[in-house]
Design a binder for this molecule. Sequence first.
Ligand code: GLC
Length: 541
Amino acid sequence: MNDNLLWYKNAIFYELYVRAFNDSRGDGHGDLRGVVEKLDYVKELGVDCIWLLPIYPSPLEDDGYDIADYYGVHADYGTIEDFKALVNAAHERDIRVIADLVLNHTSDQHPWFQAARAGRNSKYRDYYVWSDTKDKYQDVRIIFLDTEESNWTWDETAGQYFWHRFYSSQPDLNYDNPQVHAEMFKVMKFWLDLGIDGFRADAVPYLYEREGTNCENLPETHAFLKKLRAFMDKYYPGRILLCEANQWPEDVRPYFGDGDEFHMGFHFPVMPRIYMAIRSGDGTPVIDILNRTPTIPDNCQWCTFLRNHDELTLEMVTEEERQWMWQEYAPEPRMRLNLGIRRRLAPLLDNDRRKIELANSLLFTLPGVPIVYYGDEIGMGDNVWLSDRNGVRTPMQWDASPNAGFSKADGDLYAPVIDDAVFGYQKVNVEVQRADSDSLYHTIKAMIAAKKQSAALQNGDFFWVEGDGNKSILAYLRSADKDSVLVVQNLSADEQVLTLKLPAGVPEKLKDILSEKEISVSGDSGLSLTLQPFEYLWLQI
Ligand code: GLC
């Protein structure tokens, strides 16, 4: 495996839901051995690192983000031995593996919580946050708005209220207790010793509670996270921490510290703005949010994404923008969840190949490294009739055989495969798309390959390029040492004719990296172009 300590700065990530990926045992649930069988597929796509959604023992009230045992594997997924086999098989293929580190809370079924609620004198009581009243921390928002009425829930056995930022089945751990810190270091050590390459740290803004604040992004939280990082650097250099902080760019910035906190952070706010730009044909939201994004230390990287396993979150937009997004992208109430939209990429973009490619063009060329959500590379659909976020977590569609080639089970699968006329597995599947060189799969694969070959697209500096003041055009230059790429994108459904002002010394002919099409630069006025609806060009300079 490449031993560059900064490997994550230009890696391609893939978010993989083990339950949905491939069922090796025929019980209707995807499992770790099943993932091993499909690693060659992941490799072929060009992925450098997979992020596994939680695989730990859990009552699955929040699909595994409610952990009942930090040191095991859920029986549906296999065993610790299977996990090791997966890590080894991935490493043999030069693919890294990161897993979720759920710091903020456990399941209420976790033995710590069971002991804590059972006795005030238990040493575990203080692992959680208790109160006799619901009065504390009134300034704190509720995240799971559709189901939770309060961040406090009364526990009959304990005779007190406990604090939780997510479902009431997920009591928050008490980070004022140093024992909790020690437990988390132990958890990290356990998985790192099994060979994983890092963690996607879940819900980190919420670790501490302080009266009079919104209990997010507190200085105490950063101090603790810096300790996690120091531990990783000391004992596991080259392994990474990826931050899930769904916050404004200026509030995510401190999670990178001076390059001594997180290696990577998701860029949440840019994501909905990509959808806004494509729907409105106006790049302003993307421009504004990137201009508002602070620079980060050299050893850090943003992680960009179009969709993930959660609802498309609209927390980091204004109220007006949220209403507009709901109206445009979630016309039916059942498409909405909390402050978001529970749909997948392809259905959101009307299954319009041009828009799907354009969104991916932004994903692969904006600053940061991309993470692809499983199934989006073939344009999978969703099932809005399933509850919670399950509609975007349906089985991977491998081929047109029964159960989409995902499972040999006779009985029910953990969730039905998508079977409708547009997105059904009979039509939308890996086998069909691999065989068709014009498929979305091949386009995404080509975009990944192009990004990996271009120093400019990986880590190049970023400059906006002026396009006649035409708001439908989003153009920028990425440039590193000797490599420069000019990205020009038409966000609108109309043809656009424009002239771009180019820096001096640009050659007379530019080549689109993806199509190999040549474009002539006309005189000194700049580059005159005609872009088709939703067309994008990655021009090598
Ligand atoms: C994160 C996860 C989400 C989960 C929540 C609580 O936001 O992405 O799926 O429900 O944390 O753990």
